[in-house]
Design a protein around this ligand. Sequence first.
Ligand code: GLU
Length: 445
Amino acid sequence: MSAYIEQLIQTIADRNQGEPLFTQAVEEVLHSLEPVLSRHPEIESSNLLERLCEPERQILFRVPWEDDEGRVQVNRGFRVEFNSALGPYKGGLRFNPAVTLGMIKFLGFEQIFKNSLTGLMIGGGKGGSDFNPKGRSDAEIMRFCQSFMMELHRHIGEKTDVPAGDMGVGAREIGYLFGAYKRLINRYELGAITGKGVGYGGSLGRKEATGFGCVYFATEMLAEHKLQLERKTCVVSGSGNVALYAIKKLQNLGARVLACSDSTGTVYDAAGLDFNALRLIKEIERCSLSKYPMIHSRAEFRPNKKVWEVPCEYAFPCATQNELDLSDAETLVEHGCKLVAEGANMPCTPEAIHLFGEKGVLFGPAKAANAGGVAVSALEMQQNATWTQWTFEEVDQRLQAIMKQIHKSCLFYANRYGQPGNYAHGANTGGFLRVAEAMFEFGVT
Ligand code: GLU
């Protein structure tokens, strides 16, 4: 590692103490940039990397709300506006009790490069709250969202900062958030939030986009290596929006998905998971996967087990950060897994990624593989800007073209900077260069 990068990583670690997820994300990117730095000395001389690692703006706020018992609850709200070189800050909101500023900074940082890779005009940001939506009534969720927006509305806008969903924020929450925003600003500003309901300005295909996009990306990786998806066994971790639609697309393309999971455990169904049963349990009833065997008695629910124990040919981590560690990676390799494509943000630990590289497992990094969600968010903004709505097929075709292009860029940049075939490397350098070029043209900003 160059002395400069080593020193920079130290500076970032010192400056962001107690934020291990953020420093993990930064280190991963900075390590990839060594060959870029040696060809572009102006990056070091203009201190561009230090600027890139410091959010342009960080907003922290109190979110007071009343629960159904009339008790006043207090949560913390965050919006990190990380980088606006390529467009308005763009990224989701995460509602989860584990949310901290460091987590939002890691997600916002990743978003910069992911959004850049889409080739669309979107900067990077992220937000959320340590609010736990689990077990809360619709009325409580609504009051929380309204209070959250009471502060957030002054910071967002179609040309300023455009939030969307992430973990804990789906169609219901986006509806409450948009309803509150519209009322507070007294304007029907459609493009200020994405992931909206299709009846009031949302894009067809947005719900499916992250999961579908991840599978499209994997399909490109497989084709590049003369492999296919048909009749192959897959496992998908998680059972939220990303996982569900990754499962659906995998099945549509002829693969057999044997297992998925939630915070209570793993469901294993040798016949292939039933998408409609999963949708009913997770999207409609919002309950534990332990219910799945009540619908299909052939299936097995394994409490507190990870999906990685189920032997498979291709694996799709679609749950959360650092969910797939070195020992999980070893298990996958032992079972002959040939491809891992990340649907979640940073689900594989650095040690796991390293092992995949050593063992020749194809690895599709989150910044590239899960960019489909935010890409279709940008398409939603385009539709909103022209007050039009495209068909599902039109959106899906554009999504496929974008995922193909991202795959091509990853290979191009990996090759150009001396790491042929290394998708993670290509995603980091390709994503970085587009942002860096714009930042150079803006001068010291
Ligand atoms: N939360 C998603 C992500 O991690 C989507 C963000 C968006 O649509 O703005 O990329």
